[in-house]
Ligand binder design. Sequence first.
Ligand SMILES: CC(=O)SCCNC(=O)CCNC(=O)[C@H](O)C(C)(C)COP(=O)(O)OP(=O)(O)OC[C@H]1O[C@@H](n2cnc3c(N)ncnc32)[C@H](O)[C@@H]1OP(=O)(O)O
Ligand SMILES: N[C@@H](CCO)C(=O)O
Length: 351
Amino acid sequence: MLKGRVFNYTEEFTLESGRSLPGFQLFYTTWGTLNEDRSNVVWVCHAFTGNAFVKDWWGDLFGEGKTFDPAKHFIVCANSLGSCYGSTGPLSLNPDTGKPYYHAFPVLTNLDVVRAFDALREHLEIEQINVLIGGSIGGQQALEWAIEHPEKIKRLVQVAGNARQSPWAVALNESQRMAIEQDVTWQLATDDAGLEGMKTARSVALLSYRTYNSYNQAQREGSSDLKRIYRAASYQRYQGEKLAKRFNAFSYWQLTKMMDSHNVGRNRGNVEAALRQVKAETLIIGVDTDQLFPLGEQKYVTRYISNATFQVIHSEAGHDGFLLETDQLSRHLDTFLQKKQQRKTWIPTVF
Ligand SMILES: CC(=O)SCCNC(=O)CCNC(=O)[C@H](O)C(C)(C)COP(=O)(O)OP(=O)(O)OC[C@H]1O[C@@H](n2cnc3c(N)ncnc32)[C@H](O)[C@@H]1OP(=O)(O)O
Ligand SMILES: N[C@@H](CCO)C(=O)O
């Protein structure tokens, strides 16, 4: 049975920025049973607006008879610091003021998140994670963790991720934050500040998560009549409304800033040197139509990790293909986990 719990870290937690949190909490789920030698741990790092309930958003990968089966595996997923699904984030109470942090919440990095996850790993008395898997920002975090604690990660799977945020991705995130800033409520100290702006931000973001072809397939107009609202337009608005019902603008702001600062080379010489620190047997997966984290980024990561293989998901969906093309993803994972794959099947020469 999938169980949700809260891990409380009660000591001062120093952040990469030099600021600190006076402790934190992580909401996490576990599913399955730890085996006797604690060697069956599958740890999942969720994507941007995801949560600790893996079944809700990667359901086809987890469950009876699936790639990750709770009858065999002990599956752990923790909500990221800075998010809004039970872990410490901008809506949490600042113990110094007795009020929510809101705009005053310190900007976090993926390394901060990973250090918090690692504290939870220690709390759960897990010596080594058998499979660490994450997609998108979750993939950034998984890679960061495998570099920070190489001996703790036996196998690493990064899906639709990268080693360093590109200027293109930073620009996309900044455009989304600009949309939030344009919302007059954004300056307010209320839970729902900036929500209208966040709807526009989601609309902007979707253009980087999907593709021209996917809109052609799903949102093509049936008739040639003049319309007041076209299907693609109503889709953009609907997706904003949908996110506003389950997320908040402060976490949106935080997590996009976190992505922007992603650079595994920081304080480690350079990116290549950092990637060479990974000891895990690694599978890097990209989506062929991903415009946000294009394939070149995953090829680059593969090139500098000594024991890495690279696979491609074919999809019309773009970046979100990592959430939608679960059949292909399962096949790549099953092959990797059964170790049938040849090492370094392909070595990229260009970034
Ligand atoms: C229970 C949960 O909340 S789990 C989700 C938690 N979220 C995460 O973990 C983040 C990762 N997940 C995601 O980003 C998304 O869920 C994805 C990418 C996996 C899938 O996105 P979706 O929005 O579900 O799919 P898609 O883009 O096809 O949109 C379908 C929705 O748009 C609606 N829609 C489609 N076309 C239109 C249109 N022209 N006008 C208005 N609405 C439209 C559909 O009716 C459907 O609505 P529904 O979600 O209320 O059923
Ligand atoms: N659809 C994903 C996009 C970022 O990977 C999300 O909302 O988390």
